[in-house]
Write a protein of this length. Sequence first.
Length: 212
Amino acid sequence: MEITSLTQYKGTTYEMELDGERKLYLHIDIITDFSLAKGMKLERGELRKIVYASNFRRAYEYALYRLDYRDYSAEEIFDKLVKTYKNEALCLEVVKKLARAGIINDKRYAEKLGRRFVEGKKYGYRRAKREMRQKGLDEDLIETVLQQYADLYEENLTELLNAKYSRYLTDSSDRKSVEKAKSALVRYGYGYDEINRAVKEYFERGNTDYAY
């Protein structure tokens, strides 16, 4: 195959025409890396390398664009890339490059999510773990991060009872209201045993510190 035309198309993108028929749109970096020029003859194997390099560059730039807006786990960004570029092997190499550069880091991302879910949103262990699983993080990594908050879950549960659900706990005999508070805390990711214990302690304190 012969490059019959090589002209600037738009900005840093060039249009390369092969044998007067097939057209490829390549970034100037690809043109330079492969020393492409009008009249140059290409073997099929070399053309495949050029196309791969071009697609890799596009995929990498797309990943950087997504990461400008928020963090992703390696699995999340891989899934995003595959949906767009279809080539799993290529997308995996892009993810590896991002990881080597420190642009994505599952440990750093997991720690950030742990702070957001446990310290910020006051989630219990179960809810925080479920949310982090949905981000494609490794199970062992999730558990390691969440174990750091072992002493905070009980404090968060007490804070939620005092600040958010005390209106349901004005009377320990009002089972309907008490169950509303408990159900809400289950959705926050706390277990029945810890919720029951916290509610029991809440009423045992006599509510003397709280206003309704």
